[in-house]
Ligand binder design. Structure first.
Ligand code: ATP
Ligand code: MG
Length: 148
């Protein structure tokens, strides 16, 4: 079993067919998805991250079917999209608690330990109670993007 299995995947935006019969098996490790602008890379990534529905085909990650077992897939998944935005009104600590809760770390002590550990690892303990919008670009992980 490959980690990611894609069989006969089709995706259309109204009449425009963006993905036509994609068949792909991806094993553990690094995998580069290359193609010219508009080839459908982001479309495929959005499907794999369960954000975007598709009309035909079978896609599974660790044998969990994207259709019907999306919650399982989202538990396993970490995804950095082409454009990434952090909410400026949150403090760094609040945002990490929010993300941890969304990822299912609901036990308070465990979440606290994970958040504090991460803040220390990325050198943000001192800034943890400041709003993200006051952070520098390197601190908030954000960068110039054409959408803003
Ligand atoms: N929401 C949408 N509605 C209609 N067409 C779309 C939509 N999103 C993407 N497309 C079209 O689907 C095709 C694939 O787009 P996609 O963004 O997946 O390409 P890409 O390979 O990620 O390109 P890039 O390298 O420029 O990021 C393009 O022709 C694009 O115009
Ligand atoms: Mg893209």
């Amino acid at each position: 079993m490959a980690v990611i299995e894609i069989e006969g995947l089709h995706k259309s935006y109204r009449k425009f067919q963006a993905l036509k019969n994609i068949n792909l098996e991806i094993e553990t490790g690094l995998f580069g998805l290359l193609g010219p602008n508009g080839a459908g890379k982001s479309t495929l990534m959005q499907i794999l991250s369960t954000i975007l529905p598709f009309e035909k085909g079978k896609v599974s990650i660790y044998n969990f079917d994207l259709v019907g077992e999306g919650n399982k897939v989202r538990e396993l998944l970490g995804y950095l999209p082409q454009y990434f935005h952090v909410p400026g009104q949150f403090t760094g600590r609040e945002f990490l608690h929010y993300v941890a809760s969304m990822k299912g770390v609901t036990e308070r002590e465990e979440r606290h330990a994970r958040v504090e550990d991460l803040l220390e690892k990325v050198n943000l303990l001192e800034a943890a109670n400041k709003k993200i919008k006051s952070y520098s670009g390197g601190m908030n992980g954000d960068w110039e993007s054409p959408r803003r």
